[in-house]
Ligand binder design. Structure first.
Ligand code: GLN
Length: 192
C-alpha cells in the first residue's frame, strides 16, 4: 500500500501519476494512516507550511521513525526539503536525508522552468522546477542519479528517493514507476 502525505501541496497530481501506474494510493494525515502504508509520497508545496502541519498533526516522530526504519519514500521538491539534514532557512527539517539544501535557489515562481534530465537507471525525464531548491551537497551514502546545472537533482539514500523538481506534472510517470519497481520493492515489504 502506497500513501501520499495529504497535508498540503500537489496531492492530486501524485494521485493521478500513481493511478497511471495502476496504483490506488491512500491519503495519509494521521499516525495510524502512516502505519498502514509500505511507501509514502511527500508532495511538493511549501516546506515551511508542510513542517508546521506535520507538527500540528503530531506526525514528526512517527515519520522519522518509519523513514529511519526503511519505509520507501518518494520526496519531491518541498517534500525533499523537509527530509534534509541542513536547510538554508525555514522550519527545522526532519533530518533523515543527508543533503544540504538552499531553498528557492532559482528565484521566484516566474523563474520556474522545465528541463530534460538523464536519470541513471531510469532514462530521459521531463522535469518541472517550480521555486525549486538547490541540493548543494550530499553526504556519504547518498547516491546522485541525476544533476542539473552542476547540482544533484535526483538523489537516493537507501529507500529514500529525493527530487528537486516535480515529476508528476510533466509527461509519463517514469519516476513513480521507478519508485514502485526499484525502491518500494527492495524494502522487502512487498509491492503496492
Ligand atoms: N519553494 C518551496 C519551499 O521552499 C518548494 C517549492 C515546491 O515544492 N515546488 O518549500
Amino acid at each position: 500500500m502506497v500513501g501520499i502525505l495529504a497535508l498540503q501541496g500537489d496531492v492530486a497530481e501524485h494521485r493521478r501519476a500513481l493511478r497511471d501506474c495502476g496504483i490506488e494510493p491512500r491519503e495519509v494525515r494521521t499516525a495510524a494512516e502512516l502505519e498502514a502504508v509500505d511507501g509514502l509520497v511527500l508532495p511538493g508545496g511549501e516546506s515551511t507550511t508542510l513542517l508546521k502541519l506535520i507538527d500540528r498533526y503530531e506526525l514528526r516522530d512517527p515519520l522519522v521513525k518509519r523513514i529511519q526504519g526503511g519505509m520507501a519514500v518518494l520526496a519531491t521538491c518541498a517534500g525533499a526539503i523537509i527530509l534534509a539534514t541542513r536547510v538554508s532557512d525555514g522550519e527545522t527539517p526532519l533530518g533523515v536525508l543527508d543533503i544540504t539544501v538552499t531553498r528557492n535557489a532559482y528565484g521566484t515562481q516566474r523563474d520556474s522552468f522545465e528541463a530534460d534530465l538523464d536519470v541513471a537507471g531510469v532514462g530521459r525525464v521531463r522535469a518541472a522546477f517550480i521555486r525549486a531548491p538547490v541540493f548543494e551537497a550530499t553526504g556519504e551514502g547518498v547516491e546522485v542519479l541525476a544533476t542539473w546545472d552542476g547540482h544533484p537533482v535526483v538523489v537516493r539514500s537507501g529507500a529514500i528517493l529525493g527530487l528537486a523538481f516535480h515529476p508528476e506534472i510533466t509527461g509519463t510517470p517514469v519516476l513513480h514507476r521507478y519508485f514502485l519497481d526499484s525502491v518500494l520493492d527492495t524494502t522487502g515489504r512487498g509491492g503496492a
